[in-house]
Write a protein that binds this ligand. Sequence first.
Ligand SMILES: CC(C)(COP(=O)(O)OP(=O)(O)OC[C@H]1O[C@@H](n2cnc3c(N)ncnc32)[C@H](O)[C@@H]1OP(=O)(O)O)[C@@H](O)C(=O)NCCC(=O)NCCS
Length: 260
Amino acid sequence: MVTVNTAELTTEDNQLEGNRLIYKNRKCHCKIVFKGTGSSVEIGENVTLPNNCILTIPNNCTVRISDNVSIVGGYMLFSDNCELFIDKNVRFRGLKRLRLFRYAEAFIGANTTIGGGIALDVHSYCKLAVGKDCLLSWDIEILCGDGHQIIDVREGKLINSPLDNPETVVIGDHVWIGGECCIMTGALIGTGSVVGYKSTVNKKFPNNVVLAGIPARIVREDAAWVSREWSDAEEYYHTKLPAEYKQLTDPGYAEKLASE
Ligand SMILES: CC(C)(COP(=O)(O)OP(=O)(O)OC[C@H]1O[C@@H](n2cnc3c(N)ncnc32)[C@H](O)[C@@H]1OP(=O)(O)O)[C@@H](O)C(=O)NCCC(=O)NCCS
């Protein structure tokens, strides 16, 4: 085991008892505890980490936190063979928890902003992908995988193993998720879509829809969203919102994505 106080590092690229640590951040420092070997941690420039942050890294993990990422509050759990990539300019405004279990993978796209109270659990062998330019509101839970096993008592067989059916949550680019939503295994939310307050999403949905309810259903198609002053919204929509975020809803979206 090796504990690194990043304030004491003299070089950006460090080999530490079979692990690699690239630490470019001059903005704030943390402790990184490598408990095993084969891991790689890369922290970019101008990253804000939680106060008194201690990152405990077991075996064969890959953790990349890109430039200008800000993570306030909460705790992060890493397990053997997990992968985390947070792209540039992502803001967590009050992380509750981020837990990656064995062989879990999580990706958060550039420029995504995440309100306080978010909990992300990516269970063993499961994958989470959040696109770029998303806005996730307050107190959201993202659950990828069930965490425990359910067995059919007639056959004695597992019915919810992620080894049989890969369990994923996919949130497309420029998706707005309202407060207190739950996004569960199997969810796919297409680019440009909106999820209403306190909804639970567990199925696949196309681009540019508004979803709402438990379980969520489509309540509006052919919708785009912007985050501006009310008086500027239409002008922003016409002049600045990228074309890919304001498409007509494609009912075959999920099937097309699955076949790619
Ligand atoms: C979803 C929302 C954005 C409204 O979208 P909209 O396209 O204007 O939808 P409407 O108000 O026309 O409602 C359409 C239908 O969805 C239902 N609905 C809307 N929001 C809902 C919600 N959160 N949960 C359940 N049903 C909802 C409406 O009752 C209506 O049902 P009906 O067709 O049976 O009458 C809004 O209701 C909402 O949830 N806003 C809060 C977003 C938020 O959390 N903001 C936090 C700041 S980031």
